[in-house]
Design a protein around this ligand. Structure first.
Ligand code: ADP
Length: 685
């Protein structure tokens, strides 16, 4: 399979000696410590397919506002449509034989054949490029696929691109409303910037970024200030168009006054970001990591991380950026879709070689060099949880707008692709989040000019099928039913994981033939360590409460006034007239920069800015996050009193504990406030 593999010299200190067997035990070892146990490396071997290559010079740039699925456009243009059923490939065949043998020996196996349980139904009609991996997963699970949709409702709808693909009124869909918008480069940068303002230390895993064109002057000024303070500083910046993907339109600059920026400023919104100049290299090559993260539920927040991911390598040895190499894309950009066009791209014939490898094989190799990979994993887990915490507030606003409480609608889950780079000092840095990570398990091979053949990719299939299959296992509606039942029996399961284990371990269980689940829960498992960061989430709850009309995403002036009044925030120094001016001022500014012009009014980010302003006024001389936490406590306290009064008026006396408040919020609330419980960090309910 290594058709164009050049002889590569391993970089000093990095011998290619990582045994595949060691990968397995290593991932297990790292996982045990961090809650990410035995890696996907432990799964049965399956044949390979590949991600869609970028057709340089052939594919048009994606339309600015489309929701791209990585590699999507080119599939439609150049590939024949995916066959309705994937022909069995060697390893899959072996697996299915094993499954059949087991089925025979037990005389049952599938839910259908047991006669008592109906199979889970999945509508795959909109699965697009994830169809092949989905089909394999469904076969392994023995679930029922509806490739052309179904008149009756299905349990699960698998969408290739967005939540908006269909009007679904029940079941579960694998997309959240608003996710595509939330992870666009500009929106993600904004969400992370809010968190960086509140918690600069905790959110230093995202490179300093500016939004163009609106922050161009700020960018120039801030760079100049740092240069004045440190004349030896020679930064490089990477410019990424907001609508781009797969490295499309990306370029590097050394100087904020670079002429190429002028074009970007006039034509396309973009993010300009500090370039990570010292990445960790393997075989002298830069690489990044694609990790799969399952957002299982938004409220309550549930996050799972796949135990294995992919590492994508550059194809030209790395040098720190200088004016001569700035335009060398094969040196600086790790995108598979770009590097596949390099003559030096090596198609992998194992998980630990070539230009695309499993992440576990990288960890294995690092471990053999003495790197503390448990620390690397725990840093990555922390990065993922913090990033999701930054995204959830606005996602909640989208969710209540698309599926308002009380109206029929599906529940949602979503697999996200996190692109992470390890710095030389092993610190993980977030590059971006993909709402539609490519789930293709094959790649195109150019047999002769213009003639392409689809070739399976072992590495992709190994990682991606496990992610899809185990996502489905976690979302299994029948298992959920069993969970509910189990809560009613005498000896309840201690956790959902116990149920998964029980189901997987029980020889009568329909999952007995499957490997252990490759997705590991990290939230709420580590909630205690991260809950103090969820301030914007609590602000979003306040925001949603005052939105008023169902289906809207923006707060009107009356809603904002009611918020101020109900939370008792106006005073002699903050009149209602001043509140109105604050509303108009901030709302107008935000509406001029945000892309979403659907409703008029105050968006969540504008509300957050107004909230910061109010918090700073009320609780002076504290760090911002404490000011904000104090104000949230105060608001929650007054609202809980209001709720109690309302319940009493309706003749339903209701016993509830008002929220715990920190010292500042308590004194601001006056003598009626409850006793001090602890610091605001711990006060999140
Ligand atoms: P796209 O969605 O177009 O792939 P990314 O943000 O993932 O955009 O950037 C493309 C590639 O550029 C990444 O895979 C990575 O190799 C490189 N890259 C992006 N941001 C940085 C950065 N701040 N420092 C160094 N390299 C970066």
């Amino acid at each position: 399979m290594s058709r164009n593999s050049p002889e590569r010299e391993p970089a000093a200190g990095w011998e290619v000696d990582a045994a595949a067997a060691a990968t397995e035990s290593l991932a297990a070892e790292a996982g045990e410590q961090l809650g990410v146990d035995a890696g996907a490396a432990g799964e049965p071997e399956r044949p390979e397919r590949e991600e869609q290559p970028k057709a340089v010079g052939r594919a048009p740039s994606p339309a600015p506002r489309r929701a791209p699925e990585e590699g999507d456009a080119r599939v439609v243009r150049r590939l024949p449509p995916a066959p309705p059923l994937v022909p069995p490939r060697p390893a899959a065949r072996a697996l299915s034989q094993l499954v059949k043998a087991r089925g025979r020996s037990r005389g049952r196996g599938s839910r259908r054949s047991s006669g008592s349980v109906r199979p889970v139904t999945v509508d795959s009609s909109k699965a697009r490029t994830s169809l092949d991996a989905l089909k394999i997963s469904l076969r392994q699970l023995r679930w029922k696929e509806f490739p052309f949709g179904r008149r009756l409702p299905c349990d699960i709808y698998w969408h290739g691109v967005s939540f908006r693909d269909n009007d679904i009124l029940s079941g579960q869909v694998n997309k959240f409303p608003g996710m595509t918008e939330m992870v666009r480069k500009i929106t993600l940068s904004r969400a992370l910037r809010i968190m960086q303002n509140l918690f600069p230390e905790e959110y230093n895993f995202y490179p300093r970024s500016w939004i163009l064109p609106e922050e161009f002057q700020l960018f120039v000024a801030q760079v100049q200030t740092v240069k004045d303070g440190d004349p030896s500083w020679r930064p490089t910046f990477i410019v990424k168009p907001d609508s781009g993907c797969q490295g499309d339109g990306i370029y590097l600059i050394k100087d904020p006054c670079d002429g190429r920026l002028t074009g970007t400023l006039h034509n396309r919104p973009a993010v300009v970001q500090e370039y990570i100049r010292k990445p960790l290299l393997i075989d002298k090559l830069k690489f990044d990591i694609r990790l799969y993260v399952l957002l299982k539920s938004l409220d309550p927040l549930e996050i799972y991380i796949a135990k294995d991911g992919l590492s994508r390598f550059c194809t030209e040895p790395y040098q720190e950026p200088n004016p001569q190499n700035l335009h060398h894309v094969f040196m600086h950009l790790t995108n598979y879709s770009l590097n596949i066009h390099s003559g030096k791209f090596v198609h992998s014939d194992s998980a630990s070689t070539g230009s695309k490898r499993t992440f576990s094989s990288i960890l294995c190799r690092l471990s053999s060099k003495g790197v503390d990979i448990k620390k690397v994993w725990s840093d990555i887990i922390s990065l993922v949880i913090k990033t999701v915490i930054a995204l959830t507030p606005e996602l909640k606003v989208f969710y209540q707008s698309d599926i308002p409480t009380g109206r029929p609608g599906p529940t949602c889950f979503q697999i996200l692709g996190f692109d992470i780079i390890l710095m030389k000092n092993l610190k993980p840095m977030l590059l971006e989040v993909n709402a539609n990570p490519s789930m293709r398990i094959e790649h195109e091979y150019e047999l002769s000019p213009g003639v392409f053949e689809n070739i399976p990719s072992l590495v992709d299939e190994e990682v991606k099928v496990a992610v899809i299959r185990d996502t489905l296992r976690l979302m299994d509606p029948l298992k959920k039913k069993k969970e509910i039942q189990s809560q009613q029996v005498e000896k309840p399961f201690t956790s959902k994981e116990d149920i998964n284990c029980e189901l997987a371990g029980d020889s009568d269980s329909p999952e007995a033939h499957l490997p252990s689940i490759c997705l590991k829960q990290v939230f709420p498992k580590y909630a205690k360590q991260f809950n103090y960061l969820r301030l914007v989430d609590r602000m979003a709850n306040l925001f949603i409460r005052f939105l008023g009309i169902k289906g809207t995403m923006k707060l009107g002036p009356t809603g904002f006034r009611t918020f101020i009044r109900n939370c008792k925030l106006s005073s002699s120094s903050l009149s209602m007239a001043a509140v109105d001016i604050l509303y108009i001022d901030i709302t107008r500014r935000w509406n001029s920069v945000t892309l979403d012009q659907r409703d008029t009014g105050m968006c969540l980010q504008a509300f957050v800015e107004a909230f910061f302003f109010l918090a700073q006024r009320k609780f002076k001389l504290q760090p911002l996050h404490e000011q904000v936490a104090s104000l949230i406590d105060l608001c929650e306290y007054h609202l809980s009193l209001l709720d109690e009064k309302r319940l009493c008026r309706r003749g339903r006396p209701h016993q509830r504990n008002p929220p715990q408040m920190n010292r500042e919020a308590q004194s601001a609330a006056g003598s009626s406030a409850p006793q001090i419980i602890g610091a605001s960090k711990l006060s999140h309910s």
